[in-house]
Design a protein around this ligand. Structure first.
Ligand code: PA5
Length: 436
């Protein structure tokens, strides 16, 4: 039984039931292609059945490594980019807040990212920070040849070896890469690093439930078994049900394609919990890289409300009518803060006394939804009872499955990303790399 629901109540002015009925054969055809693995990119469908195939021994090994790392590192550096980084960051940051870095009661290492940027100032500061803390690292690259993480790893390998000596450094490095090939694979074998494998048939942006996501999430102290359980539960629903009313992934794929065909070319993931920012970043990569090709695809965008209501809110309410919203609506917070009573009531807020901040946030969700719908912006909501590992596992699988279905409805290959190559060629040429 899954906990996550897709609520399309606020779409009634924009999407008619008959339109959903009319698109259903296309949705089910795309689902069949995905389930039967007979469509474009079908050698990258390992993620479809992955949640049930993660064996206990892999989870136990990751847990052991996570405990070992936590016993000797205050900071864990996760090196990777794109699909080799965003899934882990999405889950880890969803389960904490930005203030976690200052929380002295934190038991697990604080996770820091590298290999996702080419900012010299970032690396300079990172090295300064790492001089003052015990740390360990993982370097993640499926191809093993991506420049950004390779540059970061070269810098940090040098630093960690200088700090701890080569032998101890070796015990603080884990490589996650291809089983057989790539520069990272070869370095890891030569240096004798512990290695985890990214399955051949799972592409980067669908890899969060492999060691790519699971190891950093476990090191950060979160329950990867629950994450996998949530994904398994959602998988059963996504694969088995062909009715949109019983299958949130199909319903989501159906309505976003109906809206796209009506000229709604931009989908905004809207979050009201800042901790979900990297869930939105992960989702943007998943949909942007999977669907944005052959001159087609909805542009995935994201906003954090209520913060961005004071910036992007104007455009959304009143600018070009080219977008729709997918709101991640979290029902319960994990903690409580009430508005205190104030004798003088100079700010006029006594009418909110003893209400929780979540109650006020929900009023913002409802008020904004009404405003945007009346302004011509279709709004659907993914109802999340709360933020925890199980629900995040459900969300991840639902989004992945819907992305496969939606990509096939668009008649693109949702599992390649040839468009990412062009900048790399230009950069290599400019840098004078041999052969470019
Ligand atoms: O989804 C993808 O395949 C990409 O975003 C990759 O994850 C990203 O380019 C990083 O590639 P690699 O893991 O080979 O370093």
């Amino acid at each position: 039984m899954t906990q996550l629901k897709l609520n399309i109540k606020n779409l009634e002015n924009f999407v008619k039931h008959e339109e959903i009925d009319a698109i259903l054969p296309e949705v089910v055809a795309a689902q069949d292609i995905l389930n039967n693995a007979n469509g474009k990119g079908n050698d990258f469908l390992g993620w479809v059945t992955l949640p049930n195939e993660i064996d206990e021994s892999l989870l136990a090994s990751i847990k052991r490594d996570a405990e070992e790392i936590a016993s000797k590192a205050q900071i864990y550096v996760v090196i990777g980019i794109g699909g080799s980084y965003l899934g882990a960051r999405a889950v880890i940051e969803a389960l904490q807040t930005d203030l976690d870095v200052l929380d002295k009661s934190r038991k697990n290492p604080y996770i820091i990212y590298a290999g996702h940027t080419l900012s010299e100032d970032y690396y300079s500061q990172l090295l300064n920070v790492l001089n003052n803390y015990d740390y360990a690292l993982t370097v993640i690259s499926k191809s093993g040849t991506t420049t950004e993480p390779a540059v970061a790893f070269r810098i940090l390998k040098n630093h960690i070896e200088n700090k701890y000596g080569k032998e101890e450094a070796k015990s603080r490095i884990i490589a996650i890469t291809d089983q057989r090939k790539g520069a990272l694979h070869d370095i890891a074998v030569k240096e004798g690093y512990k290695m985890y494998v990214i399955p051949d048939n799972v592409g980067g942006r669908y890899s969060v439930l492999t060691p790519v996501g699971l190891l950093p999430i476990a090191v950060a102290g979160y329950d990867i078994k629950k994450l996998v359980k949530g994904a398994c539960e959602m998988k059963a629903i996504c694969i088995q049900h062909s009715s949109v009313m019983d299958n949130p992934a199909l319903l989501y794929a159906a309505v976003r394609n109906i809206l796209y065909r009506k000229g709604k070319n931009i989908e905004m993931m809207v979050i009201y919990e800042p901790s979900l920012k990297y869930i939105a970043e992960w989702w943007k990569q998943l949909y942007g890289e999977s669907e944005g090709k052959d001159g087609k695809g909805i542009l995935p965008h994201s906003v954090t409300f209520t913060t961005d209501l004071h910036s992007m809110g104007q455009y959304i309410q009143d600018g070009e009518r080219i977008m729709f919203e997918t709101v991640l609506n979290v029902k319960h917070s994990n903690t409580n803060v009430n508005i205190p009573y104030d004798e003088e009531d100079a700010d006029g807020l006594n009418y909110l006394q003893q209400r929780t901040i979540t109650e006020i946030n929900h009023a913002a969700v409802e008020g904004t939804t009404l405003a945007h719908v009346s302004g011509g912006v279709p709004v659907m909501k993914i109802e999340m009872p709360k933020i925890d590992e199980t629900i995040l596992g459900e969300l991840i699988y639902m989004m992945e499955y819907a992305c496969g279905v939606s990509g096939y409805m668009l008649d693109v290959n949702p599992f390649d990303q040839l468009g990412v190559e062009e900048y790399k060629h230009n950069m290599f040429h400019i840098l004078g790399k041999k052969g470019y």
